[in-house]
Ligand binder design. Structure first.
Ligand SMILES: Nc1ncnc2c1ncn2[C@@H]1O[C@H](COP(=O)(O)OP(=O)(O)O)[C@@H](O)[C@H]1O
Ligand SMILES: O=C(O)C1=C[C@@H](OP(=O)(O)O)[C@@H](O)[C@H](O)C1
Ligand SMILES: [Mg+2]
Length: 185
């Protein structure tokens, strides 16, 4: 059987724990694209973990680094890029993502996001007394931005990564054939 090819760049957005890094890596493998993660790229360029950048420089400077890394990575061809959850906060990033590829919003419930992030200490914004309340506040602030930038919105609830990636590939192929469809999958 001849497999249809998915053209161009794929960019993943969504809150912490949505699965951007995990799904992005698997999607790249499945589609034959090269995987990048903006957080990994920031860590590679600085030589320190994200949490250390937040500690030493603060969030605003981290966002500046994120803008610069995303501006570079969107220039690549045939990549899957997992962004950090806050990338959509900066208009330059929203513009860059929209202009250079198909943007996929991985949406998840607060319960799922909490369950998937609670054992990981490298997300400084969730090192608080009430991470559920923090995730809910971030959802309220960012969901409109993710929706604004997305070509495709995918609900990840009760979806294991393998199934999610297979479904995503089908939806992306359909979108490729009909570019002006609604983003709601
Ligand atoms: N659809 C899913 N179902 C179950 N677990 C998931 C799913 N997507 C991601 N995970 C798990 O959740 C955790 C956070 O995923 P990650 O890819 O780091 O999210 P993000 O990059 O969006 O913050 C990881 O342990 C990952 O294995
Ligand atoms: O939501 C955010 O503001 C952040 C999300 C993180 O990436 P993930 O979404 O991959 O966890 C990372 O960029 C940083 O801790 C800030
Ligand atoms: Mg990630």
């Amino acid at each position: 059987m001849v497999r249809m090819e998915l053209a161009g760049n794929l960019f993943l957005v969504g809150l912490m724990g949505a699965g951007k890094t995990t799904v992005g890596r698997a999607l790249a493998r499945r589609t034959g694209k090269t995987f990048y993660d903006s957080d990994h790229e920031i860590e590679a360029r600085t030589g320190v973990r994200i949490a250390t950048i937040f500690d030493i420089e603060g969030e605003a400077r981290f966002r500046d680094r994120e803008v610069s890394v995303i501006a570079d990575l969107v220039q690549m061809n045939n990549v899957v890029l997992a962004t950090g959850g806050g990338a959509v906060l900066r208009p330059e990033n929203r513009r860059n993502l929209k202009n250079h590829g198909v943007v996929i919003y991985l949406r998840a419930t607060i319960d799922d996001l909490l369950a998937r992030t609670q054992h990981d200490k490298n997300r400084p914004l969730l090192q608080t007394a009430d991470p559920r309340a923090k995730l809910a506040a971030l959802f309220a602030e960012r969901d409109p931005l993710y929706c604004e930038v997305a070509d495709l919105i995918v609900d990840t609830t009760q979806q294991n990564v393998t199934h999610l990636v297979a479904r995503l590939e089908q939806q992306l192929l359909a979108l490729q054939g009909a570019p002006r469809r609604s983003p709601l999958a």
